[in-house]
Ligand binder design. Structure first.
Ligand code: AMP
Length: 219
């Protein structure tokens, strides 16, 4: 069970990857989270990734590919994984296919969560995240009970520097320039399934689950 979730920033792919990973008991591998963890640790990877991330640019392929290929051979990926935020370029997609192919493995299915651009901007620029447990909130659609505090752990809520409105537009632009060709790549490979990413979170999850390959064993 090896899946890829494609979708612009703000498409809700992180939330949906969490749902799939829990339901199937497979690892949720989110490249953005791995980079943010590296930045927090302040290690070499984090130092190199930081300046790109702050501007809303993609981190260079070489660094990104190395980080993900190392991550997907970890023991918790043995049963399978769902990739969230990777691949973002054709170069990354072909490197992933090559690495899996060498082990006789393949990506089984690719889900593309589709959301209109204006809706993406609206969602991202109102997004706040808990510093302690990473739970996301939205000023309009899912505000916390107490302003600035997480409902679950009372942690401090903050806005990611790359969720500021001008950076949000840049990230969406970068996404469509760099990532849209992946949609054709996976379509040609016969692996792409399009999911309507607008509407209720629960409804989107149901559509995604209905699009999983038949005969999967649920947790
Ligand atoms: P995300 O949380 O997926 O929106 O990612 C946050 C930031 O991490 C992006 O804006 C990029 O700077 C970087 N990043 C995450 N995934 C990738 C990737 N596959 N390739 C290059 N940069 C990435």
């Amino acid at each position: 069970m090896r899946f890829v979730l494609l979708g612009a920033p703000g498409s809700g792919k992180g939330t949906q990857a969490g749902v799939i990973s829990e339901r199937l008991g497979i690892a949720h591998v989110a490249s953005g989270d791995l980079f943010r963890e590296a930045v927090t640790r302040g290690d070499e990877l984090g130092r190199q990734a930081k300046s790109y991330m702050e501007k809303g640019f993609l981190v260079p392929d070489e660094l990104t590919i190395r980080m993900i290929l190392e991550r997907i051979v970890a023991p918790d990926c043995a049963k399978g994984f769902i990739l969230d935020g990777f691949p973002r370029t054709l170069e990354q997609a072909t490197a992933l296919d090559r690495a899996l192919g060498e082990r006789g493995e393949t990506i089984d299915r690719v889900f593309y969560i589709k959301v209109a651009t204006e809706e993406l901007v609206r969602r991202l620029s109102g997004r706040f995240i808990c510093r302690s447990c990473q739970t996301p909130y939205h000023l309009v659609s899912s505000p916390p009970k107490v302003e600035g505090r997480c409902d679950l752990c009372s942690g401090e809520l903050y806005q990611r520097p790359d969720d500021l409105p001008e950076t949000v537009r840049k990230r969406i632009e970068v996404y469509f320039e760099e990532t849209a060709p992946l949609i054709d790549y996976y379509k040609e490979a016969g692996k792409l399934v399009e999911i309507n990413g607008e509407g209720e979170i629960g409804g989107i999850g149901e559509r995604l689950i209905a699009a999983l390959p038949q005969g999967l064993k649920w947790e």
